[in-house]
Every structure is written in structure tokens, then in C-alpha cells.
Design a protein around this ligand. Sequence first.
Ligand SMILES: Nc1ncnc2c1ncn2[C@@H]1O[C@H](COP(=O)(O)OP(=O)(O)OP(=O)(O)O)[C@@H](O)[C@H]1O
Length: 386
Amino acid sequence: MTLTNGFDIFKLLNKAQYRAVSSEAPTVAILAGPGSGKTHTLTSRVVWLIDNAGIQPQDVIVATFTNKASNEMKTRIGQALGGGREKSIIIGTFHSIARRYLVKYGNRIGLDPKFGIADDSDSRGIITRICKRLDASIEPPIARAWISRRKAKGTSDEQIVKDKKGKSVESQALERCFEEYQSQLERSNLLDYDDLLVRCVELLRKFPQCVSNIQTVLIDEYQDTNGVQYDLMKLLAQQHRRVTIVGDPDQSIYGWRSAEIKNLHRLLRDYPGTDEISLEENYRSSSCILDIALKVIQQDQERYKKVLLPVRDKGTRPVLRKLKSSNDEADWIVSEIKRIRLLSGNMIDFDDFAILLRSAALSRHVESALGREGIAYRMVGMCCLG
Ligand SMILES: Nc1ncnc2c1ncn2[C@@H]1O[C@H](COP(=O)(O)OP(=O)(O)OP(=O)(O)O)[C@@H](O)[C@H]1O
């Protein structure tokens, strides 16, 4: 399959990926494990929908979970489509897409178009002040998480029933804090991140014509959507009900941010006839790594079952060592680096090794051990993994 500009981005697709990219079904669910080319497939589907199925770029919405992912996707789509056509596609995080519609049409639901955004630290500050003033024994971080969870739930029928049941156990102090927080935001013409989604849902429910041009909606990392994001996805796609999602239920990392694994079943229920496609080949890891990862994850009896077949060779068997102290761990890591380097006749150099830490605070012992052995190292991305 060649594009109108003669570029053949599809030649790199395997059979299952190709089927997903060119599926004629209105709704497509691509469910696959890590490193199986999900993002690559989603990007190619956007290109196919525009170049092959004739959908106009400005009628396509692609939602991702980070700005970085959006930018990368835009670049890749741009390279394939050419002619700057990617510039008209609405690609962004759920929040940026919601903000865009609210700026344009928010006055229809009584929003001042000059609204500001309360970022995390603004929200924290407002809630801390309210908690102090209320003099209730609620911790501001708990109140904040509760408020955010409440907004993120969305408004599906299941959820409303649950909310009604839950009301009696919700503490009055939290309710009060919630109300005060909302009126403070309103007085200051601010929306927090959750409000962007909630208000956009309200807008699109009342004024579906705001998205009447939208032909198709594609979602990356679908496993991380929460209730309100699901509502938003449905509303954005309400005109033609054409949705493509890619995700890996095993990789859901936003449980704490109300990501709902149930959203997958909800999608299959709400969009009967969804073309379910699994990508089984893994391009990233050796079979030894995949075997161990599967053994861990398969302990979850309720997981959505899917296969992961290595394309790469067997590789080296991963080793799990439990040592008595952080010092012992650090010494062992350094001795392993030296051993492996020696075994390779110094072909493997120090900058071929990476040591991953769950948090930067854990680096002290490792850094001392490396220092003792005179091994130069570089600390990168002082950000936690866990
Ligand atoms: N058909 C293919 N042939 C060769 N390489 C491929 C193919 N599909 C994907 N890849 C490569 O596999 C790697 C993983 O691709 P990609 O990032 O799209 O996977 P992913 O499933 O989105 O990963 P993750 O689960 O981590 O988000 C990339 O280096 C990509 O270029």
C-alpha cells in the first residue's frame, strides 16, 4: 500500500499490524503487549484513514497521554503524509483537546472564554487553605485526591448508581471541601485539570454540533483512560462512532489516577462489532525477558489474555538477586559490571551499561560503590520510575 506521495510507510508492518491499520470496521481495538508496535500501528492507521479512506485531517482527533507522545506522533504522521497535512489533525492530550473545545465553545455553557487553568500547585494551595479554614481533620492531600477521583469517575450509568450508593459513607467534611474548592475556582475563573474534562463532557453532551465534523477518534494508551475520559471519547466520536484504540491492559499504570480497566469491556459493550486485533510479535525484548515478564503477569487470573512472541533471539537469562543490604546490592552491581566487561574482553564499555533505580534517593550506595572502583558514571533523568 503506497501513499499518494509515493512513500510506503506500510512496508514495515507485519500481517496483524497491517490488518489493524487497514480495518474497514468503524471501531477497532488493538490490544497488545509491550514493544509490539502499538504506537507504530496507530500512527500508520491515522495515515491510512487520511490518505486511503479519504478522511480530512481536520476531522480526525488523536488523544494521547503525554505531550511528548503527541509531538512524536505528529512528527511521524507528518513525515509519512507530507504536505504539512498533519498540522490540521487535532492531536493532543485529553486535557489539551478539551481545553481547545472549551476555549472555542465554552461560552455556550456559561464559561468565560478567558478562563485560566489551576495547575497542580494552585489546586494544592487552594485546598490547603480551605482545609485550614474548615478546621476539619482532613489532610489536604487526601481531600485533593478525593476531589480529583470524584471528578474523574465520569457519568456512565454504572457510575451514577455507585455514586448514589456511596453517598452515605462519604464524609461531610470532604463534600464541604469539594464545594468550597469549586466555588473558589469559579470566583477566580479557573478550571483545574479535571474540570477541563468534566466541562468539555458537559459541553459536548449539550451541544453535539461542536464536534459534528469529527469523522474518527483514535486513542493511544487506552488502558490508562478513566471514566470521564471514556465519556469524552464517546462524545467526541458521537457523530460517526468511529473509534480506534490501542492499549495493553497489562500496562495500566494510572490506577491511582482512576484509570479504569473496565473501560475495555465498556467499549466492547458500547460498540458492538468492534474489530478486536491483537499484535503478538514483540520487537523489543529477548525471549528470556519476555518469558519472565509473562510468568509474573500471568499470576493475574483475570487479565485479558494475549500472546507475546519474541522476534528477537533468546538473549541472556535475567538474574534476580536478593542481598542483605543496600551496600551489598551496590557492591554486587559493580562487581557484575566488571565481570561482564572482562568477559567481553572490554568490548562492552562502561557507557554500554545502565542501572535503573526506582527513585533517585536510592542512588547513594551505588554511586559510592562506583566511585570506590573509579568507574565514571552519569546520572540521567532524576525522575522516579515507580
Ligand atoms: N513490523 C515491525 N517490524 C520491525 N520493527 C517493528 C515493527 N513494528 C514495530 N517495530 C519496532 O518495535 C519497537 C516498538 O514499537 P512501538 O513503540 O510502536 O511499540 P509499543 O507496542 O507502542 O510499545 P509500548 O508497549 O512500550 O508502548 C520500535 O522500535 C518499532 O520501530
